[in-house]
Design a protein around this ligand. Structure first.
Ligand SMILES: NC(=O)C1=CN([C@@H]2O[C@H](COP(=O)(O)OP(=O)(O)OC[C@H]3O[C@@H](n4cnc5c(N)ncnc54)[C@H](O)[C@@H]3O)[C@@H](O)[C@H]2O)C=CC1
Ligand SMILES: O=C(O)[C@@H]1CCC=N1
Length: 273
């Protein structure tokens, strides 16, 4: 399979994360194009990877095998209207990573015959540790499906979901999820500082603990509850903390937060579709 020419429309946080991961995984930077109205954003990207920086969106998408739409949902309709004529040849795969924007809306803006994959990636793609879910429209060919998978596989794990609606809970889980762990780590560091530890010591211990816990969960055969039990000595310190979390309703808090994220994805589909 030849290496596809990939055009990123929008070169912000998420595009930079995927591009960084792709280049690290060996995708030639000269087969990656990026367009963004902010010259500084393109300069920052070019400083990290020698991709082809394009003056406008149509220059980027012309003749590309894959176009990755990495703009905010709010500008998606305008961006699609701008590039739709260039995609009319029908050979290009469009991958949208926008939260909430439905295939129906994309198909309306780009044309009914356009092959579109909706993808929900996350920012750890930058380190090759991303988690992405994908859903393909009926127009996507087997080769295009392979391209989409190989691009996202290069930056982490991928899951194809069975229905487009599954992308809303995915957005609430892995799309937004890195921010939840950052927030939890911020809270742990602040609590340790409150108890008297220097902030840099608290930060190093927190980050390594998060990494260690994640690796144990990934690399052990046992489930999360069992790993937790092994830390929790009866009558000990962990039990005191876990009981405090449970009685304060941590699980309900997490459930409500993820419900809010999924509801927001559905509302965005209505507002911007
Ligand atoms: N940041 C994240 O963790 C994740 C973001 N997403 C989705 O990725 C998309 C991009 O999000 P971010 O990268 O965080 O936003 P961002 O704001 O960092 O990047 C968007 C980029 O689009 C550019 N842009 C604005 N108007 C444009 C136009 N007309 N043509 C071309 N480029 C234009 C902006 O200058 C900016 O650099 C969003 O739709 C978001 O829902 C999906 C998963 C995770
Ligand atoms: O916050 C957002 O809307 C985007 C989608 C998932 C992560 N960031």
């Amino acid at each position: 399979m030849s290496t596809p020419v990939i055009a990123f429309v929008g070169a912000g946080n998420m595009a930079a994360s995927i591009i960084g991961g792709l280049v690290d995984a060996g995708h030639p930077a000269q087969r990656i194009r990026a367009a963004d109205p902010h010259a500084e954003t393109l300069q920052r990207l070019s400083a990290t990877a020698p991709v082809i920086a394009c003056g406008d969106n149509n220059e980027a998408v012309a003749g590309a095998d894959v176009v990755i739409l990495a703009v905010k949902p709010q500008v998606m309709a305008t961006v699609c209207a701008d590039i739709a004529p260039a995609l009319a040849n029908g050979n290009t795969l469009v991958i949208s990573i926008a939260a909430g924007i439905t295939l129906e809306s994309m198909q309306g803006w780009l044309g009914e015959t356009t092959a579109i994959v909706r993808c929900m990636p996350n920012t750890p793609a930058l380190l090759g540790c991303g988690a992405s879910a994908l859903y393909a429209s009926a127009q996507v060919s087997a080769q295009q499906q392979e391209w989409a998978a190989s691009i996202l596989d290069a930056v982490g794990i991928t899951e194809w979901v069975e229905s487009e609606a599954d992308l809303d809970p995915v957005t609430a889980l892995s799309g937004s999820g890195p921010a939840y762990f950052f927030l939890f780590m911020e809270a742990m560091i602040d609590a340790a500082v409150e108890q008297g530890l220097p902030r840099d010591t608290a930060t190093r211990l927190t980050l390594q603990t998060c990494l260690g816990a994640s690796r144990m969960a990934l690399e052990n055969e046992v489930d999360l509850a069992e790993l937790r039990r092994r830390v929790t000595s009866p009558g000990g310190t962990t039990q005191a903390a876990v009981e405090s979390f449970e009685s304060s309703g941590l699980r309900d808090l997490v459930g409500s937060a993820m419900q809010a994220a999924a509801d927001r994805a559905r509302a965005m589909a209505k507002e911007m579709g």
